[in-house]
Design a protein around this ligand. Structure first.
Ligand code: ADP
Ligand code: MG
Length: 324
């Protein structure tokens, strides 16, 4: 079972950035208002994620590293309308099977708990002190899976992937404060002031001038509501790192939807240029399937063409509007 778990782990976590994604999504599901990530060597030596969310009671903490012990789905019917980012109960057991894993947590009432797992071995559960919330330390990722460890790039490239992942998550969750640091240096520092406005978050990550020149997106058609911001075609980047799309609150990588963005700019852009865009799509959860892939980043719509068309129309309307 240990080997099977390590194989399965490869589907959920293939590099430090995917560990960060899974841990931070758990923090968001726990209602955190602040998430801090600390790295050693770009995440290749360690990754620490700390949140001020709900925390876990002792028994839940012990269960959390067991396979498919998700606390988030109560019934099969829930799968039709998942409201949480996680639901498969795979991330913690997977990460714990390929690292030296230490989780410390507390609900803020009574004593806290520490759960230690080394390379998928038996969990040690101990009392510990911790403020309300959870801290997870993933030490020496893939130390026991040399073939996968060999695929890791250097600290700089892995850190860059983490910065990109965390930036997408931060844009998808503007009401949550994020921080990324390594060796005392801040790589991202994204506080929340006021009510956590998306444009403010975009100003933090893209710079104030760029964010100011973005146009507001506000569109509704049939089953789809699309909102957010889109840059004018004069402001482009050489990749899609600054295009964030969320579907019902979940940051996704959906080719079908990014094609919709391309459709909107098609006539105005040289190919290989990508304007910054932050889109939030809301759709009846029964019309979208997020359980297509273990990372839950792939989404499938019951009406793919309508989804792409809605994104295209929403962005087009925003960038074509001119004040008279
Ligand atoms: P999933 O998110 O799919 O439920 P995970 O393996 O990611 O599965 O997490 C297992 C369980 O551990 C979650 O269902 C949740 O109950 C708990 N958990 C994980 N991380 C946190 C956290 N940061 N704060 C509170 N609970 C957490
Ligand atoms: Mg999860």
């Amino acid at each position: 079972p240990r080997v099977a778990q390590q194989v399965a782990a490869g589907e959920v976590v293939d590099r430090p950035a995917s560990v960060v994604k899974e841990l931070v999504e758990n923090s968001l599901d726990a209602g955190a208002s602040r998430v801090e990530v600390e790295l050693g060597d770009g995440g290749t030596s360690h990754i620490l994620v700390r949140d001020d969310g709900s925390g876990m009671a002792r028994d839940d903490a012990a269960l959390s590293v067991l396979r498919h012990a998700t606390s988030k789905l109560r019934s099969v019917g829930d799968l039709e309308s998942v409201a949480t980012l996680g639901f498969r109960g795979e991330a913690l057991p997977s990460v714990a099977s390929v690292s030296s894993f230490c989780l410390t947590t507390s609900t803020g009432e009574g004593a806290g708990t520490k759960v230690l797992v080394d390379g998928g071995g038996e969990a040690k559960v101990l009392p510990a002190s911790h403020p309300r919330g959870t801290t997870i330390l993933v030490d020496r990722l893939f130390y026991n899976v040399p073939a996968r460890r060999a695929f890791l790039k250097g600290p700089r490239a892995e850190r860059a992937a983490i910065i990109e992942t965390l930036t997408h998550l931060a844009v998808a969750h503007p009401k949550v404060a994020f921080r990324l640091s390594e060796g005392g240096r801040d790589y991202l520092s994204l506080p929340v002031s006021g009510d956590g406005d998306l444009l403010e978050r975009l100003a933090q990550v893209h710079g104030v001038a760029k964010a100011r020149s973005m146009r507001k997106v506000e569109y509704e058609s049939g089953a789809f509501r699309v909102s957010g911001y889109a840059a004018l075609p004069s402001l482009t980047e050489s990749n899609r790192a600054r295009q964030t799309i969320s579907v019902n609150g979940r940051w996704v990588r959906a080719e079908n939807l990014t094609r919709g963005i391309d459709d909107a700019y098609r006539s105005t852009l040289p190919s290989g240029r990508y304007p910054p865009v932050a889109l939030r799509i809301e759709v009846d959860p029964r019309r979208v399937d997020v359980n297509v892939h273990p990372t839950k980043q792939v989404v499938r719509f019951s009406e793919e063409r309508a989804a792409r068309a809605a994104v295209a129309a929403a962005v087009r309307e925003a960038i074509e509007w001119r004040p008279s």
